[in-house]
Design a protein. Structure first.
Length: 168
């Protein structure tokens, strides 16, 4: 299954993007059934989405190239097991909706605190770096809790915190 999916078609992703919800991703999905009631999904998501740099608040293009494998079951209750190396996900609902799978993967992959990766492109760093940004980043963190639950909310934050904040 191949196609494109616009950011606007993924409300939970769109929430995290800049106001101009443009951008789309190319998606390639392969479904296979390895055992009764366990479906394997291999996918590739590739594209560019507009996110807001939390350092300078300017929009920038986030390039996404995400390859993933999933094992999905309609129920975890009966002790079904995922193939080695894969996490078994329980699908709640009637049928698997590819767009929702893709949206979920994008949410997990998205930077929790988007910032220009190319520092020369970041306006905040062209002048002096102010410390005031830290509070802003924490607020943003709270807003994106839906994505954060599964995405280890603080993993991406470690580099940002001042050294003295790492004590706890
Ligand atoms: Zn920036």
């Amino acid at each position: 299954m191949e196609g494109t999916l616009s950011a606007a078609a993924m409300p939970r992703v769109a929430e995290l993007l800049s106001d101009s919800v443009t951008g789309e991703v190319r998606v390639s999905l392969t479904f296979s059934r390895n055992r009764k009631s366990v479906i394997l999904v291999e996918g590739l998501i590739d594209g560019t989405l507009p996110v807001i740099c939390q350092r300078c608040l300017e929009e920038y293009d986030w390039h996404l190239n995400h390859r993933f494998r999933l094992a999905i079951s309609d129920s975890l209750a009966s002790g079904r097991q995922a193939p080695p190396g894969l996490e078994l996900i329980e699908w709640v609902g009637d049928s698997i909706v590819p767009a929702q799978l893709v949206e979920e993967e994008i949410l997990l992959t998205m930077p929790l605190v988007p910032v220009h990766s190319d520092e020369s492109g970041c306006n905040a760093l062209s002048g002096s770096v102010s410390d005031g940004g830290h509070e802003l980043r924490v607020d943003k963190q709270a807003d994106s809790d839906a994505a954060g639950e599964k995405a280890r909310p603080f993993a991406g934050l470690a580099d940002w915190l001042p050294a003295q904040d790492k004590s706890d």
